[in-house]
Ligand binder design. Sequence first.
Ligand code: GTP
Ligand code: MG
Length: 350
Amino acid sequence: MFSFFRKKPPSPPPAVPAPEVPPTAPAGPAAEATPAVSPAPAERKGWLDKLKQGLRKTGNSIATVFTGTQIDEALYEDLETALLMADSGVKATEFLLNDLKARVKESKTTDPAAVKGLLADAIADLLEPLQKPLVIGEHKPTVIMVAGVNGAGKTTSIGKLTRHLADSGATVLLAAADTFRAAAREQLAVWATRAEGNGEGAGGSVDIITQQGGDPAAVSFDAVTAGKARGRDVVLVDTAGRLPTQLHLMEELRKIKRVVQKAEATAPHEVLLVIDGNTGQNALAQVRAFHEALGLTGLIITKLDGTAKGGVICAIARENPLPVYFIGVGEKLEDLETFSAREFAQALLA
Ligand SMILES: Nc1nc2c(ncn2[C@@H]2O[C@H](COP(=O)(O)OP(=O)(O)OP(=O)(O)O)[C@@H](O)[C@H]2O)c(=O)[nH]1
Ligand SMILES: [Mg+2]
């Protein structure tokens, strides 16, 4: 049922350019498109178990709230504390509590265990607008720029995504715009080689544009130009990690985006922020700062294996909703998956 991303044929250019998404705009409905890759349900289940396992640290504290025998003010107070401890933030916590109370009233339940199910519904509904597939194929190449703080998991996620794209037959060009570290290029090259050599025959080709010590914007420009000339399906731009407070580095990101736009007027088609799931409430500040600098189109949330702060997605949904295209629960290829609001809600309370 879940495809890793969606392929969409190119559409004629619109007469009027689409307006930019404002910072607080909710994610739109999923685009009509043909599923490209459908992992077998068994695979999805194995992955879901991993997500549950990963979020156990977050979920344990929330689930214990419902082990009592009564639905009273003490239960709601404990739940409020548990949600705040899980980094759901004040606004989302307040929203969920009010929503839950309304659901409890309507269902007339007297069983705390049933309240847990109602909370899962409330969380799933809150997260629903973030569930949206990444669409490729509408533009050739589809240019995806990836940013985030140091060590968030950008290069690893790009590597995994590249592998999934190549496995489904797409041709990918990687721009190693992290020109500071020699290791960054090598890290990408390892994933590129893995992507090509999977032995399954259907793999699309992957290559890398880089320029050690060069200007990240120039590398990105070259990559998009080469991607157009070579007829690649996707160009992925990996950028160096940076803090939103490093203003010159944030300006550098803006420059990369501007220059990509010069190489291809409609690009970048996606600007993704990678967030470490352990970041907690600071993730919101990151979303705001990067969104202001770049106009984000989506998020990838990594390291949801073993975090006690998984509630932060609720805070993002309430305060700065952007599509969560993928989530990561480990370092291996199969540890990157699409985001499902209901699965996440269930894993959070497991
Ligand atoms: N446990 C876990 N580790 C992850 C996940 N994603 C990435 N990592 C690890 O996090 C570390 C940093 O990942 P990178 O992909 O290099 O992060 P980056 O954002 O590219 O880092 P910089 O380019 O230095 O800013 C590596 O050790 C990855 O293996 C994940 O979902 N779970
Ligand atoms: Mg990196």
